[in-house]
Structures are given as C-alpha cells and as structure tokens.
Design a protein around this ligand. Sequence first.
Ligand code: CTP
Length: 397
Amino acid sequence: MWSGRHVVVGVSGGIACYKSCYLVRRLVEAGARVDVVLTRNAAEFVRPITFEALSGRPVLSSLWEPGGALAHVRLGQEPDLLIIAPATANLLARVAHGMADDFLTAVLLARTIPALLAPAMNDAMYAASATQANIALLRDRGYAVVGPEIGPLAEGPSDHPGRMSEPDAILRHGLRILRARGPLAGKRVLITAGSTRESIDPVRVISNRSSGKMGFRLAEAAWLRGAEVVLVSGPSSEVSGPEISRRPVESVADLKREVAAQLPTADVLIMAAAPADFTVVAPEATKRPRQGGPITLVLEATEDVLASTRDLRKPGAFIVGFALETGDANAKARAKLERKGLDLIVANDALEPGAGFEVDTNHVTILDRSGIVGTFEGTKSEVAEGILDVVEARLGH
Ligand code: CTP
C-alpha cells in the first residue's frame, strides 16, 4: 500500500530519533520513496549517514547545501505525505508560530500536502499549556497527530503521555491519511466478528469454529479507509488497533443488545459474526457432574440479530451480511439476503480448503439482489479490501 508513494520523514532532535530509523526502514521496505529531513539537533542524535543508508537517498538538512535551493518548496508540495517523527516541543512551537528558520520548518511552512506529527517529549513538557495550545493550533491548521503515548521515557518510568508512538502506529496513521479518500471516510461502520457462546452451565458452552479473523481484518481495512469503526466481537484471540472501538460480547442475546445499541447511528453494518444458531433453554446454575448416564440438552433457536434489529437501522444505512454454507452457497445466500433485508451478502463455502473458519485465507462471492457482484480470493486482509471496494462503489452512487 506504500508502494509508489513519496514520503518525507522530518526528524527533529529528541531521543526518539532512534525509532525514526526503523520508521524509514519500514517505509522503504514497503516500497515508498523516502526523503529524510533532519534538524541540526536531530543530527546530533543520529548522523545523516544512517538515514542516507536506510533511505538510499541524500538527507537534507540545510537550505544552504548544494541542491537545497527551493528544495523546501518541492518537498512541502510534491510528495504524498509528510511525517514528522519525532516532533519535539520546540519544533511544534516553531511550526505553530510559522517560523521557517531551518530546512524542516521551511518545508512545513511551504507545505500543501497532508502531514502527520508524532510528538515526543518529556511528559511535563507535553502537558505544558504552551505545547497543548500549539498542538491544538496545528490540528486546526490541518495537521494530523499520532500519540504521544504513555510509557517509559528516557528519564525513567512515566504515567503520562510523552513517549513517541511506535513506528507501526505511525505507519498505520500515515496510511489512513493516504487512503481515507473514498465514501467510507468519516462514516460510522459497525462490524460484528467471531463466534458467540451459549452457556450449558457456568463452565461449559456451545460455540462454533469462527475465529473472528475476517471481521477483524474488515475492521482494520475500514479504519484505514477513514471510517470510525465499532467492532462487536465474540470471544476471539485476534487483536484490533487501539483506534477501533471494541465491544466484547458473549451470547447471541448480548450480540443483539450491542448491535441494537449501535445500529441507529451506523452508516454501514457488516455482520461478519457467526452467532450460535441454538441456545440452551435452561442453563444450569451449577456445574453438571460427568457421572449419571446420558444427558439431554434442550435447545431453542436463537434470535436472528439482523432480522430482529431491522427497524433500528438508520434510513439509508448500508447492510452487508455473510453466509457460510456447505454446498449451493450462492443460492442459499441470495435467499438470506432477501429474508434479512441486506444490500449485499458475502457467501463462502465451509467445505472449501483455504476458506471459511480458522484459516487466514478466504474465497468469497459477493451477491446483491440481482446476482453475483464479484468474487475475491486471497488473505483475509485482501478479501476485506475487495469487500470494501464493493461497499465503497455502492456508497459512492
Ligand atoms: N445472523 C444473525 N443472527 C443469527 C444468525 C445469523 O444476524 N442468529 C447473521 C450472520 O451474522 C450473517 C447472516 O445472518 O451475517 C447469515 O448467517 P447464517 O448463520 O448463515 O444464517 P442463519 O439465518 O443462521 O441461517 P442457517 O439456517 O443457514 O444457519
């Protein structure tokens, strides 16, 4: 996703500079063309030669070097993105006040392209009202900001923000700035993921093999496209980014309650969860002993979450369901699309190797009322991108 992108990484003088080396390396590995701009203080922490070797390009730090004339204008206007990491308190103050007294601040004053700041400083310097006011001003002027986070500082442990976000977090935010240009940007997207659990007794449950992988990949992909994402998830070992609002649920009844609460404000619902189809009529209050011969569990069908929350949908909300079938998937999925009032349904076959539950890949067919819209095969991240391409194409109409 970084391939072919041109990124300027501006580095100001704080100890977090050492993490910027990794940031540059990751960008280059991902296929971006990276120009590094160092302040004089940054060059005291990490020498230009390090960044030159990592980026494979000359490092810029002065308006007076050969090639420096007008380079500040070029770098502030031609690339796809500027990332300032670390952005020290002093750099933020200089930029907020429109100073252009070195190469990096001149680039930022000449800037017309999107920019992301990754502040890093002592926690008291970050909390200082001057710094807070400068950051507020810069946000107002269109700068995006990632972090700082709470964590150990060079001075020792701290319970307050000050530590620069990790390179991976900076990269995710940078990618979001580049990718949030379609109809999902700014939309509220509700995604359900994973299995549910129905209690037999306080220890045992009825569940299914859904891992939640597809729903989690969809949540990340939607966030990267600029959506505000709420992820309602049954028990799952998958990890979601801190910017995704996670609502854990256990049973189908919990899932329904959470979907009902979120649905009235959702622009898009993607129901990737695999809710249990049956629940135990009278779960036991205490653990049932193993002895005592055969047992009979009396089950009843769970409520259909999509169908029973239909009236709570925001007018015009776009609804996507999933159908995991074992044979004749497309016909069965079409019937579910009608029954549950969906705009799209994503069908896959549980018996196909490399698709469905517990694997990292999938092979899906997307259908609407009039038939097949598209098919996607690949990692669940790739399939998530394919599904969201279709959703965005529909939202764009
Ligand atoms: N779904 C739901 N509530 C349920 C079961 C399923 O909202 N109790 C949703 C799923 O999240 C999915 C879609 O409905 O988006 C289809 O799920 P599936 O289990 O295939 O549908 P069922 O109605 O349970 O049909 P079947 O009888 O084939 O299990």
